[in-house]
Design a protein around this ligand. Structure first.
Ligand code: PMP
Length: 400
């Protein structure tokens, strides 16, 4: 049965993790994986999460099956976060939200539903994109192509967004094409388009009758929860039927609980109800219904004003710390003798920085200094801290 089964290539990021674990360099630093670590290099357990869990433990409940679309209070909280609880679109019943197994699960449920209603549509993802986008939509049966996004030759070779190229590709896309867009904190580049550029993208999506699928894995890591969510409001205001996947892996530091969601905006309540019924089929045939614990934590936090305020504070602290590390990186590289203007690192946003370093330089960083980033030059700035920043700056300066 398995004689012809080929060995699949290793996941590039998880492969890096294995290499990092085996590295005996005492100064090693892992900037490969997209995870936020605190200033002590530890994965945080948020206070708001601890408080919610304590309350749950004080009043233990049995774990029956959840409804197919998850905890109702969770879905309502996600709608509030992504669209605004008092928004017309939510109040008029035009948003279908289902709890999903992480942001990845939200993307997969959306992909399966789209394959049913638009079987011949192509999917366009950004070049480059989160590496799982291509695999996930390909496995759902779609042909996946890219639209230009990052251009290393932009800004005099410092790198930046090729917005004209992006817009031209969207303009050339066939009607019905599914366009995967990073709502904020683009992974892997760290470059987001401006609100005015979003308006242009929305105009093309509308004119070309494209389907926008917004991946929001980092809401709150850019400029703030509402600020980062504003792009969704723009699509809604344009009257578009959109897909939004949400991940709480990073914003709640609940990576392993697999908490996410998919929201779909319909044109009427009646239409949205039909969409929801189909999303439930996609869930039912994939994993039947979602797990309880992570969703219960997030619902408890988001629906309790005190815990919600605490979460916003803690998320704000993560955001501010990442920004401070970006500035320290720029200053530290300069102090370490790097002549090239690296200030683009502070114009990038979210957890990642496309550093502009070549594959050879990234390999040297790993082998000579134990500093791990991806071969594409992506570094997770959310893993820098006051103890490792100087070492990382020295190492980068040496390979540059
Ligand atoms: N989309 C993007 C852009 C991501 O970076 C990630 C996480 N790395 C995901 C989706 C998946 O999120 P989750 O871990 O919640 O499945």
């Amino acid at each position: 049965l398995f004689t012809a089964v080929e060995m699949a290539p290793r996941d590039p990021i998880l492969g890096l993790n294995e290499q990092f674990a085996a590295d005996t360099n005492p100064n090693k630093v892992n900037l490969g994986v997209g995870v936020y670590f605190d200033d002590n290099g530890k994965l945080p357990l948020l206070q708001c999460v601890q408080a919610a869990e304590k309350a749950m433990m004080d009043k233990p409940t049995a774990r029956g099956y959840l409804p197919i679309d998850g905890i109702a209070a969770y879905d309502a909280a996600v709608k509030g976060l992504v669209f605004g609880a008092d928004s017309d679109v939510v109040k008029s019943g035009r948003v279908a939200t289902v709890q999903a197994i992480g942001g990845t699960g939200g993307l997969k449920i959306g992909a399966d539903f789209l394959k049913k209603i638009s079987p011949d549509a192509k999917v366009l993802i950004s070049d480059p994109s989160w590496e799982n986008h291509r695999a996930l939509f390909t496995n759902a049966g779609f042909t996946v192509e890219t639209y230009p996004y990052f251009d290393q030759s932009a800004n005099g070779g410092l790198g930046g967004i090729n917005f004209d190229g992006m817009l031209a590709a969207l303009n050339a896309a066939a009607p019905g094409t599914i366009v995967l867009l990073h709502a904020c904190c683009h992974n892997p580049t760290g470059y987001d388009i401006t609100p005015a550029q979003w308006d242009q993208v929305i105009a093309v999506v509308q004119a070309r009758n494209l389907t926008a699928f917004l991946d929001m894995a980092y809401q709150g890591f850019g400029y703030g929860i509402a600020e980062d969510g504003a792009v969704i409001g723009k699509f809604v205001a344009a009257g578009l039927n959109i897909f939004v996947s949400t991940s709480f892996s990073k914003s709640f530091s609940l990576y392993g609980e697999r908490v996410g969601a998919l929201s779909v905006v319909g044109s009427s309540k009646e239409e949205t109800d039909r969409v929801l019924s189909q999303l439930k089929i996609a869930i039912r045939t994939n994993y039947s219904n979602p797990p309880t614990h992570g969703g219960a934590i997030v619902a408890a936090v988001l629906n309790n004003p005190e815990l919600r305020a605490l979460w916003e504070q803690e998320l704000g602290e993560m955001r501010v710390r990442i920004k401070a590390m970006r500035q320290k990186l720029v200053d530290g590289l300069k102090a370490a003798g790097v002549a090239k203007d690296m200030s683009f690192i502070t114009t990038q946003i979210g957890m990642f920085s496309y550093s502009g370093l070549s594959k050879d330089q990234m390999v040297r960083l790993r082998s000579e200094f134990g500093v791990y980033g991806t071969d594409t030059g992506r570094m997770c700035v959310a893993a820098l801290n006051s103890k490792n920043i100087d070492y990382v700056c020295q190492a980068i300066a040496k390979v540059i």
